[in-house]
Design a protein around this ligand. Structure first.
Ligand SMILES: NC(=O)c1ccc[n+]([C@@H]2O[C@H](COP(=O)([O-])OP(=O)(O)OC[C@H]3O[C@@H](n4cnc5c(N)ncnc54)[C@H](OP(=O)(O)O)[C@@H]3O)[C@@H](O)[C@H]2O)c1
Length: 253
């Protein structure tokens, strides 16, 4: 028996990167998986890899009704959803002089509204059962603004604040919340970037940190510790000092 044995876990963004990595890891520890993303062929490959205890559901997190249908399908096939991992997200890079408002809206609608739609699809049933866990894959980019990252930083700051508020509202219901703030991880999202990404992590190492935080019921974690320490120091800096340093350290080309 492990923490994951016979738990039903819904993971958004399970077709690639962190979502896929976490899916494969927790499946090996006994979880049943409801895998959500838009690319059916990639989801089918993950289902194939975990050998049967998983169902693939194609849905776009921006569509609240589709997310409710996806959660229903997972409940029907695998039983009540014990854990939601709200992981679907996109990364962006653009200087404010080239920032397209439609692009900003899309980042917010996937990274923030998409996560909220995922929560809405599972929380009523979790509260009714008096048990459940919500996991947000946010980012260290949530803590302060970064060069060429206005939309992404805004989306991750909103995501972290959203889940923190949800955690407060859910106190006493039996439903917990874990917010994960990773630094740079080797996934398709960071592949091909030319800018220096300090303390870039292997996917497998990041997956183990995420899985461990969920098992321990942590409220919030930030990693790798080296970059998390730098970010925390940045939060204590006076604004003029932070701006000076942040303008000289762009992680985006
Ligand atoms: N990699 C990093 O360095 C890093 C660091 C901090 C935080 N994060 C966060 O970790 C999460 C996963 O990122 P990743 O690095 O694993 O990127 P990735 O490999 O590009 O995976 C992103 C996943 O999100 C899904 N997705 C995107 N838009 C969607 C939509 N509208 N509806 C449903 N699913 C959607 C994609 O699936 P489909 O395209 O098939 O829909 C894919 O499965 C993101 O929230 C990201 O912000 C990543």
């Amino acid at each position: 028996m492990t923490f994951w044995t016979d738990k039903t876990v819904m993971i958004t963004g399970a077709s690639s990167g962190i979502g896929k990595g976490v899916a494969l890891e927790i499946a090996s520890r006994g979880a049943r998986l409801g895998l959500v993303a838009r690319r059916q062929n990639l989801l089918d490959e993950v289902v194939e890899d975990v050998k049967g205890r998983a169902v693939a559901v194609v849905a776009d997190v921006r569509d609240a009704d589709a997310m409710k249908v996806a959660a229903e399908r997972i409940r029907a096939d695998l039983g009540p959803i014990d854990i939601l991992i709200a992981n679907a997200g996109i990364g962006t890079s653009s200087h404010i002089s080239q920032l397209d408002p439609n692009h900003v809206a899309n980042v917010i609608s996937i990274n923030v509204v998409g996560a909220a739609n995922s929560v809405a699809a599972v929380v009523p049933q979790m509260v009714e059962r008096g048990q459940g866990h919500l996991v947000a894959i946010s980012s260290l980019a949530a803590y302060r603004g970064l060069a060429k990252s206005a939309a992404y930083c805004a989306s991750k700051a909103a995501m972290s604040a959203y889940f923190e508020s949800v955690r407060i509202d859910l106190r006493g219901t039996g439903v917990g919340v874990t917010i994960i703030h990773p630094g740079f991880i080797k996934t398709p999202l960071t592949a091909g970037r030319e800018a220096h990404m300090p303390y870039l992590m292997e996917l497998d190492d990041a997956v183990l940190k995420i899985v461990s935080a969920i098992e321990k019921g942590k409220k919030s974690i930030a990693f790798p510790w080296q970059l998390a320490t730098v970010v925390r120091a940045g939060m204590l800096m006076p604004t003029f000092m932070y701006d000076w340093i942040a303008a000289r350290n762009s992680f985006r080309e």
